[in-house]
Design a binder for this molecule. Sequence first.
Ligand code: UDP
Length: 340
Amino acid sequence: MNVMVTGGAGYIGSHAVQRLLRDGHTVVCVDNLSRGHREPMDLLSDDRLTFAPGDLSDKSLLSRLLAGHEIDTIMHFAALTYVGESVQQPLAYYRNNTAGALNLLEAADAVGVERFVFSSTAATYGEPPPERIPIQEDCPQEPINPYGQSKLAVERILTDWASARRAAGRPVAFAALRYFNVAGCDRSGVLGEDHDPETHLIPVVLQACLGQREAVTMFGTDYPTPDGTCIRDYVHVEDLIDAHVHTMLALRPGDARRYNLGIGAGYSVRQIIDAVRAVTGVEFEVREGARRPGDPPSLFADPSRIRADLGWSAATRDVHEIVETAWKWFKAHPHGYAST
Ligand code: UDP
């Protein structure tokens, strides 16, 4: 297939580019490099990969690329993804995440792209009540921050787009893939996770192991969970991309698919810290801190819908294995891609 990957120079998008190339697809990657890195594009360099530096606000660039490369599928990863930042800069989140997707979709609609795979998020569920955990796709979507709102708006735009096209007798297909906590790095050791600032738990703890942080702070130890810390569902990035490929191959005109991507089990912050200690053998200081605003106590997926429909489930279910893949990359790249 001819696939456009937006945000393909970022953490998750670059893993998608790698997998699509391995599977023999042709890839056009659009990325404005505001959060992504040039290095993965160089590392993945291939005759079947076109890297187009550019922004989703540049509709003429998007139209040219979509038509010129005869794109049949879009995997849309490009987005701003920090919850805290979204609270401080909501307009930037709606501009990038919602208006950016709308621009892309308008360009796609005009040239007749018929498959759209969208990176959505568990943040669209907001703070589900305990009886809704593990979360199924029909859980009410009531985001509690602009990040989740900006992604939910795109899900709604996609739904309306697909309905209108179905009614017009020109059906299209989309999938909204709702990610839980994506973690780990590719097993071949080429691609990694390089955020600035880094806020995600596993990389933060690994930075403490490398001596780059004085300590790790657990954000809240008084949650109503067995050990008092928050519980999340950590899914390996390569498994997550495998779900995208399964979805892309299954999409048929008229499909509107919505899937949770997680392993279906939760780990607490303390369990993650223990797993990192066990994998790395490094001791570091752990502090008990205040809760981080907007963090629900427990969020994990019921991923049975995608298993039933497409036969996908996460191959890596042990968080130690996920941490190992990340540790391998962090040790080799203590300063991210800049150390390459
Ligand atoms: N967390 C923590 N200390 C940190 C970073 C994260 O205790 O330095 C907690 C955070 O409060 C949440 C969990 O780890 O409960 C996962 O957070 P992360 O930012 O990795 O992902 P999120 O769940 O926000 O998408």
